[in-house]
Write a protein that binds this ligand. Sequence first.
Ligand code: ADP
Ligand code: MG
Length: 619
Amino acid sequence: MALLQIAEPGQSSAPHEHRIAIGIDLGTTHSLVATVLSGKAKVLNDDKGRVLLPSVVHYSNNSTAFGYDANPFLTTDPKNTIVSVKRFMGRSKADIKFQHPYTLVGEDNQMPAFETAQGRKTPVEISAEILKQLKDRAEASLKNPINGAVITVPAYFDEAQRQATRDAAQLAGLNVLRLLNEPTAAAVAYGLDQDTNLSTDRNYVIYDLGGGTFDVSILRFSQGVFEVLATGGHTALGGDDLDRLIVKWAKKQLNIETLNDAEFAHFVVAARQAKEALSDAEQVELKLLDQKLTLDRPSFESIIQVALDKTISVCKRVMRDAKLELDDIQNVVLVGGSTRSYAVQKAVREVFNQEPLCTINPDEVVAIGASITANQLIGNSTDGSLLLDVTPLSLGIETMGGLVERLISRNTAIPVARRQEFTTYQDGQTAMLIHVVQGERDLVEHCRSLGRFVLRGIPPMTAGQARIELTYQVDADGLLSVSARETTSNVSAQIDIKPSYGLSDSDMERLLLEGFQFASEDKALRHLQETKVEAQRELEALEQALKVDATLLAEAELTALNAAKSQLQVTLASDDIDAIEQAVEALKVHSDEFAAKRMNQHIDHALKGTKLDDWSNSN
Ligand code: ADP
Ligand code: MG
């Protein structure tokens, strides 16, 4: 969903022409791109008919090679051949503890750069180059510029990793419609969000065994949105490990103690070919140097059992985390090239006691789902299905002190309505300005202003007595309407705000990013503003009380109270939270005394009154 913007009343959104949107699976070992053509999702191949682009970039002095062209350099020039760059995304140098052949430069707490033959390259830049390859491929094949893209990320990616992915996409010149969780994309590819006749919540397991990583996620589909219930996995467990297990077995069979690097590389390639062939054949032959070995399915199964067992125990743990039983799982979806292996499928079938979904090519399913979502987000979907979405940024209202009170937080599924009560700040206040804002920051000035309107005709009441009910409602199209109603008099006012496709994503990105960057700073600012508002309120109340009861105080007391009062007023002009808090405390000593005197006086009055009443009643 785009940012929200104010609409002229009665103005309808512009009719959409067909726009080109793509879905990209930016994988650790392979990346690919898909799009929806004539209502059908389709992966796009390169000029040689290949769908997968190995996520490999080779930098030499005078040229850059990508994908299959970069692969040969993995053995000949490993330092300049960057593979699995996804593992470095959004990570500081200190975070990177796994083994790799690269020279990383940079401060410990910063994003590192790879030292290459073409100079320093950050993970974001390298990912951008991969994304650019796929963007170019899509443009060449669709003969049109790309209007928007959905990029998938692992469900466990944190904000820094997501932001790095966004940055990479932007650097590649892509308009990011959304980052989508990989398991969610897989579920969308199978249309698991389309089953509208099932009104109850449904749970899905997404088992993703790729080249170098294993991820399992449990998704709950509830009220039109996927929610990630639990995730688990191994950052170093995938097809590559299966290959290595086969190599280990082969060495044993052939009585080989050690292999040099070239031999090892050769064995790995042979093992991988054998493994992939076994997905179709009952047995295969491995040609290793000058020898041959036969590998059949039962032996393969027992060779890789240790790896399979690891994935199964993660599945069981994730099920426990999500507090689900086998019966609660509607479907299991297979994702990742390694799930083509019959042995993997068999293991999954056994542990979940059901036939997993694998009719869509498991290394394409994530890109397919991403393209379906992209097509919906860009506004092409003609199937009339309700586009369920989430609010990208929080929606709130400005409260005293320039603070934001959030009514709908970001990532809330739409349609949604939230109601909250507010009250007046001043005695006799008859109007209230309602300022609608969007963003993640605590101060209004750092958020985006969406619109203002005034609720008039509030009956005059003491501050804090009026009850103003504010309703924020976002419909399925992202149209926000805000209404305010004073509950005793029923006066009301409202404003409609509609989504704008014209607004750049970078605005949203900036607002989001700032929200994360300034979280602690905002907390301090919020505390300062709240303290100020509270102090101001106290000063005003004290002022009113002094007008009536100043005579209750001895002259010295009044002087001390006034001095403390002015001291607080002076500090309030500053942003020194400690000074303000001290001044509040100092004033409190005197104002508490004053309050006690006022209380006594009121009690005296009341008691006298009672006596009078008693007396008059008895007459
Ligand atoms: P990633 O998501 O990590 O980029 P992929 O989903 O592309 O990885 O999976 C790559 C892995 O899938 C490789 O280890 C490859 O050997 C394996 N693979 C591809 N095809 C088959 C097959 N037919 N049978 C078994 N494994 C396969
Ligand atoms: Mg993958």
